[in-house]
Write a protein that binds this ligand. Structure first.
Ligand code: SF4
Length: 227
């Protein structure tokens, strides 16, 4: 395999099939490396902050899998890390859309301009956005990567898009250590009408990064399972 370039150089994990990632659908998951946050409870810290330590996948094998399974998969999830930080992520979504399958993208919501563009260009059908907690807790929850003001502004843009485009967004929160029921209620109050906040159980990672403590929800890339 020649060294992948562009967006394909960020593809560092693949899950052939998931019955629970996209509610009501059978989907596969593509994991992209890199993230703009530093959540101390990150479950995917290796993928998020040190993707070079993970092997890159062969784009031809991924494309062949998508093409061959398009008939029986109900969709493809692009996850991370944080996919909206990856240059050319729209090209990856376009490749997937060519197979006829719908695309879901996981996001922390901190790059609403990218979300807006992907929606506008109809490259992503559904966004699953994590609400970390009350805005005042974003600095602590994101390793000081996001201020309270920035969190409020970014999520307000996401919520406005969700209100304008019913069915294109759903929202999740992970009950990480230190997040109380009152915090979750505050986070829920931010959501636009007719949207629910799905509570995800915190799953500690198997090992802890040197500079952070254990955490949370996001699935670990299940290895390079393309066959
Ligand atoms: S928890 Fe999600 S948003 Fe936070 S650092 Fe990890 S991958 Fe990024």
């Amino acid at each position: 395999m020649s060294e992948p370039t562009g967006v394909w150089s960020y593809v560092r994990g693949f899950e052939n099939m998931s019955l629970c990632d996209w509610p009501g659908r059978t989907s596969c998951i593509i994991f992209l490396g890199g993230c703009n946050l530093r959540c101390p409870t990150c479950h995917n810290f290796q993928l998020a902050w040190d993707m070079q330590s993970l092997p890159v996948l062969d784009p031809l094998r991924v494309k062949a899998y998508l093409r061959d399974r398009a008939g029986w998969l109900d969709g493809v999830t692009i996850s991370g890390g944080e996919p909206t930080t990856v240059p050319g992520v729209g090209e990856l979504a376009f490749e997937i859309k060519k197979t006829g399958m719908p695309v879901k993208m996981d996001s922390n919501g901190m790059r609403p301009e990218v979300v807006a563009e992907l929606l506008e260009e109809k490259l992503v059908d559904t966004f699953a956005v994590d609400v970390k907690g009350p805005y005042a807790k974003y600095p602590a929850l994101t390793g000081k990567a996001v201020s309270e003001i920035a969190a409020r502004a970014n999520m307000a843009r996401i919520f406005a898009m969700a209100e304008a485009k019913p069915g294109a967004f759903y929202f999740r929160i992970t009950q990480v250590p230190g997040l109380t029921q009152a915090d979750i209620d505050v986070a829920r109050s931010y959501l636009p009408p007719n949207h629910e906040l799905k509570i995800q159980k915190y799953v500690p990672p198997r090992r802890t990064p040197e500079h952070a403590k254990p955490n949370h929800e996001e699935r670990r890339p299940a290895g390079n399972l393309v066959d």
